[in-house]
Design a protein around this ligand. Structure first.
Ligand code: HEM
Length: 392
């Protein structure tokens, strides 16, 4: 978890709450007086105290690892010196609290666990207390007051450090909950998307198996196809009887674009569509502006189309035409949508082949009917019982 993603706000405290904390740890007037009286001694000895503190820390592997950089070590020795001196200032107010919380937060952020941070206070106690007793060896009550004062202020500081750690852990948990919620939401989105894709595939395949009118096949499938892949529009070009690829239907495309596309008749060695048809391979054009092979490029760009995907429509190994999907940016029809597009194109091709077959059957039936009905001879059919079931 990136530490900066956690809430940067530390728990705030009112002056009343600060007073309760002081009272609870025993930071009373006597303690403050004793600590302030210790100031000159502290100024004189702070450096040896700090040196001994870090000597002790460096005996352990984890602090050694964290403090291996000499620059960092020099910086924190200076910060530590300031810190120890501040213990004898005792100006405990809301900005003192904020400063201590900040120190706790810095340690949490750089990965120093409470075990090391809080434990280090006992190191201070072991270094400071015998020296203070020695300093006040003739005034045991003053020594005791100074030590009590230090115990009080150090406890106040450790409480604040714990607050900072707890707050950070809480913020991290909250962030994890948000991440989890977003994760679940995006997985639900993905599932819903997958569902919609399956639905489209189902619709296209049910049209393929039921609808026999080519126009209706294209009219009812193209809107679903372009919606599911997020395209601005879709069109189908089909191979005509004379061997040209010609416009068959479209959905969502600009009127002028459609009008001019209708007039096109392409050879299979012409245009990007010809190549897609002849090689039976899908071509995705991320930047239409750079695609000179597509004959309608300028017109497409003028209509706001920036990307294109062209895929062959193949039924039982025979290419029937091409399906084009137009997008408004290079993210349209990304590679992960291609398996879906291919499945849809396969279903669509089957539907087109069925519709065409039906058309052929209808035409030959009409031809047969007119032949039979217009012949000058009598044609009739009898059933096995000799009954007449047809006569022209
Ligand atoms: C009594 C306990 C401790 C006190 C009072 C203390 C005090 C401080 C202070 C005042 C700072 C500067 C904070 C800031 O810039 O916001 C600091 C920073 C730091 N301390 Fe401590 N510290 C303690 C324990 C430890 C321990 C046990 C370690 C290592 C195991 C440690 C390692 C560090 C590090 C790595 C920094 C940050 C240095 C930087 O990159 O600026 N501290 N400490």
């Amino acid at each position: 978890m990136d530490a900066e993603r956690r809430s940067p706000h530390l728990p705030a405290m009112t002056p009343g709450e600060v007073r309760i904390r002081e009272e609870f740890v025993g930071l009373d007037v006597d303690a403050v007086t004793a600590l302030r009286a210790l100031r000159p001694w502290m100024e004189e000895h702070v450096h040896e105290v700090v040196e001994e503190f870090y000597r002790h820390l460096m005996r352990f592997e984890e602090p050694r690892r964290l403090l291996h950089d000499p620059q960092v070590l020099a910086r924190i020795k200076a910060a530590q010196t300031e810190y120890i001196l501040s213990l004898t200032e005792c100006n405990v107010d809301t900005s003192y609290i904020a400063g201590r919380l900040m120190i706790g937060r810095t340690h949490e952020r750089v990965g120093i666990t409470p075990q090391w941070y809080l434990g280090a206070y006992s190191t201070f106690a072991r270094i400071l207390f015998p020296r203070i007793m020695m300093h006040y060896r003739d005034q045991p009550a003053t020594a005791m007051a100074a030590i009590k004062g230090l115990v009080a202020i150090m406890h106040l500081d450790t409480q604040l450090a714990i607050d900072a750690y707890v707050h950070a852990a809480h913020a991290e948990l909250q962030q994890q909950a948000v991440d989890l919620k977003n994760d679940v939401a995006s997985q639900i989105d993905e599932l819903a998307k997958g569902n919609r894709q399956l639905e489209t595939l189902y619709r296209v395949s049910s049209v393929a198996s039921q609808e026999l009118d080519l126009e209706k096949v294209l009219e009812s499938t193209l809107p679903h196809i372009s919606e599911i892949v997020g395209a601005s529009g879709a069109e189908v070009f089909l191979m005509d009887e004379e061997g040209y690829l010609a416009y068959a239907a479209s959905h969502g495309l600009a009127e002028e674009y459609v009008r001019r596309s209708r007039a096109l008749r392409l050879h299979t060695d012409q245009c990007l569509l010809g190549r897609v048809f002849a090689t039976q391979t899908t071509v995705r054009v991320e930047t239409l502006a750079d695609q000179g092979e597509f004959l309608r490029r300028d017109m497409a760009l003028a209509c706001g189309y920036r990307a294109l995907l062209s895929t062959p429509l193949i039924a039982q190994g025979t290419p029937l035409g091409t399906l084009q999907l137009y997008g408004q940016n290079e993210r349209s029809c990304p590679p992960e949508s291609h398996p879906l597009i291919h499945s849809i194109a396969e279903q669509l091709a089957v539907a087109i082949a069925n519709a065409r077959l039906h058309e052929t059957v209808k035409e030959s039936e009409a031809e047969y009917r007119s032949l039979v009905e217009n012949t000058p001879r009598l044609i009739f059919r009898l059933d096995p019982y000799g009954r007449c079931v047809f006569v022209n």
